[in-house]
Design a protein around this ligand. Structure first.
Ligand code: GMT
Length: 373
């Protein structure tokens, strides 16, 4: 099948999932055309049946805001005609579903009926999409997609609660390629970041307010007071500076490394004993799944779709949003009990295997059949 995947090109979860999906679809024999304003970061090479099309928005002094949706929908129309694309799969409702719907309508005038699959990722529904400025357009785009998927059961119910949606929403969870993590702990140069007696905690996010990075630092300071420990902060975003300052105030600065945006996440996870994810809300929590695939247990909040990924008392622990004491308490108990930590590492990996790419991508293929049907 010839599929166009529209996504954000950034390090954020939706772009990563869309990119990995496209790569896997190409491996399964499909022709995949990525469409975005930049080549997705996870898309390292453009092989035979993987293509990338950059959406360019020409600047004009009259425009205070660049009309990206317009450029995207026009480009989709051209691409579908030129490459005989058979299906549009858009990731993140805003503005992708809206632009793709417009493209679909324009193509109808050319006698082409292109199916549209929309995947909802989280913040497009819970944080941004439900704002009155966007809500009517998001509701319309969901109701007028041919097939709609959400990355967790929780996101599906949030969508029904927040929008007047009368469309069926299928849950297709996020996934990881488990084989890439299989030998991750072999030749792991842990000594380069911590001494043998130190435990290593890691946080991975885009450092937006929803990630509550200050809770990571507060919890770490409590853990650090009880045992020698290092904290690895991976990613970048608006709250990075306040997090760095809080590390200085709490006197843990020397034990924290801020990596910024890096492609070395799996290398960092190979050192890691525990991932901290204190998000305010999280429709899925891809960072938690990636950690678990690397056999790293997770201490996360119990919000959104996180309980569907991180199983309390098995793959890590769930705590209430903002309860840094509970996070620290669970972390200290687990890190002090080597036997339990080993068991949790094993269980985290085993649970992550349920979300392997080979199990989930066929579910997307059957969504495509449904949309075509
Ligand atoms: O977490 C973010 O702020 C980025 C955002 C995105 O769209 O890239 O992540 C959302 O989609 C991810 C992939 O499906 C999910 O794993 C994240 O949980 C979700 N974020 C939120 O719901 C806040």
């Amino acid at each position: 099948m010839k599929i166009a995947i529209v996504c954000y090109p950034t390090y954020g979860g939706s772009g990563v999932v869309a990119t990995e999906l496209g790569i896997s679809l190409a491996e399964r024999g499909h022709e995949v055309h990525f469409v975005s304003y930049k080549q997705p970061v996870r898309l390292q090479s453009l092989a035979g049946n993987i293509h990338f099309h950059e959406v360019h928005v020409p600047r004009y002094p009259l425009f205070h805001f660049q009309p990206y949706e317009l450029a995207l929908s026009s480009m989709l129309v051209e691409m579908v005609k030129l490459h005989q694309i058979e299906l549009l799969h858009v990731h993140y409702a805003i503005p992708h579903a809206y632009a793709a719907y417009m493209a679909k309508q324009m193509l109808k005038e050319n006698g082409i009926d292109i199916p549209l699959v929309t995947t909802l990722h989280g913040s497009d529904i819970t944080l941004v999409g439900s704002h009155p400025f966007y809500k009517p357009a998001v509701t319309f785009s969901i109701n007028n997609s041919d097939v709609v998927t959400a990355v967790s059961k929780d996101l599906r119910s949030d969508t029904f609660n927040l929008f007047d949606v009368h469309k069926e929403i299928h849950v297709v969870p996020n996934f990881i390629n488990i084989s890439r993590y299989d030998n991750i702990r072999v030749n792991c140069e842990r000594g380069s970041v911590a001494a043998a007696h130190e435990v290593i905690l890691t946080h991975v996010s885009n450092f937006r307010p929803v990630k509550r990075v200050l809770d990571v630092v507060e919890a770490f300071a409590k853990i650090r007071a009880q045992m020698p420990a290092k904290l690895l902060m991976v990613g970048d975003g608006p709250d990075r500076l306040v997090a760095e300052n809080r590390c200085r105030e709490l006197n843990v600065w020397e034990d924290v490394v801020f990596y910024g945006k890096t492609n070395e996440v799996s290398k960092i996870l190979c050192y890691t004993d525990l991932l901290l994810l204190p998000s305010q809300t999280e429709s899925f929590g891809l960072a938690a799944l990636e950690a678990m695939a690397a056999a790293t247990p997770v201490i996360s909040t119990n919000t959104g779709g996180l309980p569907e990924v991180n199983i309390h008392g098995e793959t890590g622990y769930l705590t209430a949003v903002g309860d840094v004491d509970a996070m620290a308490k669970h972390a200290i108990a687990l890190l002090s009990d080597k036997e339990k930590l080993t068991l949790f590492k094993h269980q985290a990996y085993e649970y992550a295997c349920r979300f392997d790419v080979h199990k989930i991508v066929p579910a997307y293929e059957s969504m495509y059949q449904k949309a075509l049907g």
